[in-house]
Design a protein around this ligand. Sequence first.
Ligand SMILES: [Zn+2]
Length: 258
Amino acid sequence: MRIGRRAGRTIVAAVACATALSLVSIEGQTSSASTAAPGQAQARTQTQTQVLNAAQVAGVSKGKAPRKANKARRGGKVAYLTFDDGPNARFTPQVLSLLKQYNAKATFFMIGSSAKANPALVRRVRAQGHAIGNHTYSHPWLNKLSAAGIRSQLTRTDAVIGRTTCMRPPGGFVNNTVRKVARSQGKSVVMWSVDTRDWARPGAGVVSRNALRPARNGSIILTHDGGGPRQQTIAGLRTVLKTMTAQGYRFEKLPACR
Ligand SMILES: [Zn+2]
């Protein structure tokens, strides 16, 4: 299943990585807990994120459910951990060893320039069985770029990390041009349903609570393994993995990302 390609949809929430912007758009209605700057507010109106709930994202509630999602429906629960803004020489290895400890798979939305600086880490993420998505080459707000600019950001990143089937726009800023370019490259636009807000560094306890409280079967959980100090993310992740595993969750890579 290709998230976002079917009916050209994009998923769930838009919250800026490393900004104060917070936005959740549900079924066309927008509620905002934003402290965004004027430019961000403008970007927000352009985001127009059409929403699927996380179960739909995972293919759980629709007929075309992937095998893994069907498995989840039959029994255990599944959650999708996603890590943006890496790879990072210090933090990505810590994330990888924690994931390994819990036999968890995840999806890493990598920045092309960071991947270029850490090629061994890209290989390690793949070798450990995780999925890799495209998070642009230099992390610009894509809704500010031309189609050619967006294309270049995605193509240059794929040149480093290999061809990707999914992308996540920095800050969650998408518009029709972004969707169109992504589609033309065979990439699903993948957002998230649970924001840990780890980018705001609120403390490891808050990071884990932000993940655990709203988490349910099919949740796509947003965290970061790069783009700043991520000790809180690592500590929060440990709690999330431990708690959710005990609750019967399995952690899978996103079906849209290979
Ligand atoms: Zn990002």
